[in-house]
Design a protein around this ligand. Structure first.
Ligand SMILES: Cc1cc2nc3c(=O)[nH]c(=O)nc-3n(C[C@H](O)[C@H](O)[C@H](O)COP(=O)(O)OP(=O)(O)OC[C@H]3O[C@@H](n4cnc5c(N)ncnc54)[C@H](O)[C@@H]3O)c2cc1C
Length: 356
């Protein structure tokens, strides 16, 4: 894999949309979208474990959870649903372009009134003689408005169906929307559908299969987004270890104070535990096993671990920790507890798999 390509991406300098667009395409050039995808469509045909290695490297070199979010929205929100549910024509037309970054994508589930409860979505699709007509609004959609293509979920014939919506389709606007403070280097916006007219070949998967497709997409996103965040946690750990060894308090290094060294030991344990959980998910996926419980546990554990380690890093670095990058990671980590389903949602999944 093109490790040198990942090394060239580097930390974010700006939070604007053209920069988000440019960095996402750089990730494509570094080969990050080609893992676990059949070579027929331009993929590497390797496994999930290899992908995790590159993802962690991305986290170390960029320490940019916004970019990591954008990469994952593109892969799990669009590439994998297409791989699994797309027709041969859809796959042949779109996958090579998505892998090369010629098209940028994501998925649109959330609406102003429907977050954790996706069943409360109001965006509607009706079947017309020539295809479909969609109406409504999606909110907090990663890679919008820069995306060329989104997988949009809508209420349709009494269930949820998935549609491939392009930014230049009639009746759709990929627009700026309310932005959030965490993961701010990712582009985020609304999808406005006003009699959006789609031809019949834009249905992705079967009519009414949308709910199952949302579960599968989020299952993968939850499992692997934190493999790149583990890279950020690795960088945080290195920073605090170096600081604690150098910073003198009452004539000795900060690291000699057990209150500090124990916090750092906890950061190390969290990092290794995130790697173990992600590795377990990769191993299951490489053996074609479902990861419903494993991915919920990974998302729950890893998002809490990242938040706790980000808070510890800022604390150990003292006022220096409040200067910029480290405190921004606390906000990113707060967002990490919400995207792909909040901590409570992951607990609900695990409990339901235990029959509760
Ligand atoms: C950075 C970022 C990127 C995002 N990108 C996308 C995207 O690309 N596509 C997309 O469709 N959406 C995206 N979202 C939206 C995200 O999926 C939602 O924020 C998430 O589903 C939570 O919904 P909500 O924010 O409406 O909170 P709500 O669902 O209103 O939840 C509010 C609070 O209630 C808790 N809660 C909810 N349900 C329960 C329950 N059953 N039991 C106990 N507590 C509960 C939650 O944990 C939370 O603490 C993104 C969000 C963020 C922050």
């Amino acid at each position: 894999m093109k490790q040198h390509g990942i090394l060239e991406i580097g930390p974010a300098i700006d939070c604007n949309k053209s920069e988000a667009d440019r960095r996402l395409r750089q990730c494509a050039q570094a080969g990050l979208f080609s893992h676990a995808v059949d070579p027929v469509f331009g993929g590497l045909g390797d496994g999930f474990a290899g992908m995790c290695k590159d993802f962690e490297q991305l986290g170390v070199t960029t320490r940019d959870p916004g970019l990591i979010l954008a990469v994952n929205a593109h892969i799990w929100g669009a590439i994998f649903p297409l791989l699994r549910f797309g027709s041969e024509t859809q796959k042949t037309a779109l996958l090579p372009k998505l892998i090369k970054g010629e098209l940028l994508a994501g998925h649109a589930i959330t609406e102003p009134q429907a977050g954790s409860d996706a069943q409360a979505m109001l965006v509607s699709a009706v079947t017309t003689p020539k295809g479909f007509r969609l109406n409504g609004c999606k909110r907090f959609i990663t890679n919008t408005p820069i995306a060329d293509l989104l997988v949009v979920y809508a209420k349709h014939e009494g269930a949820i169906s998935a549609f491939l919506v392009r930014s230049d389709d009639s009746g759709v606007t990929f627009a700026d929307g309310p932005s959030v403070q965490g993961c701010a280097t990712a582009s985020m916006g609304d999808v406005l559908l006003a009699d959006c007219t789609l031809p019949a070949d834009r249905l992705l998967g079967k009519v009414g299969a949308g709910n199952m497709m949302i579960h599968l997409a989020l299952e993968l996103e939850r499992a692997f987004i934190f493999s790149a965040i583990a890279g950020v946690m690795q960088w945080q750990l290195k920073e605090v270890v170096a600081f604690a060894k150098k910073r003198q308090v009452k004539g000795k290094p900060l690291s000699d104070y057990q209150a500090i060294s124990h916090k750092i030991a906890e950061m190390k344990l969290r990092l290794e535990s995130v790697r173990l959980w992600v590795g377990k998910c990769a191993d299951h996926c490489d053996r074609k096993k479902r990861i419903t419980v494993e991915s919920a546990a990974t998302k729950w554990y890893a998002s809490e671990a990242f938040l706790n380690s980000s808070l510890d890093a800022v604390h150990i670095l003292g006022a220096h920790g409040l200067e910029g990058e480290h405190v921004a990671l606390v906000q990113d980590a707060m967002a990490g507890r919400l995207f792909s389903g909040s901590t409570e949602v992951q607990k609900n999944i695990i409990a339901s798999m235990l029959g509760m």
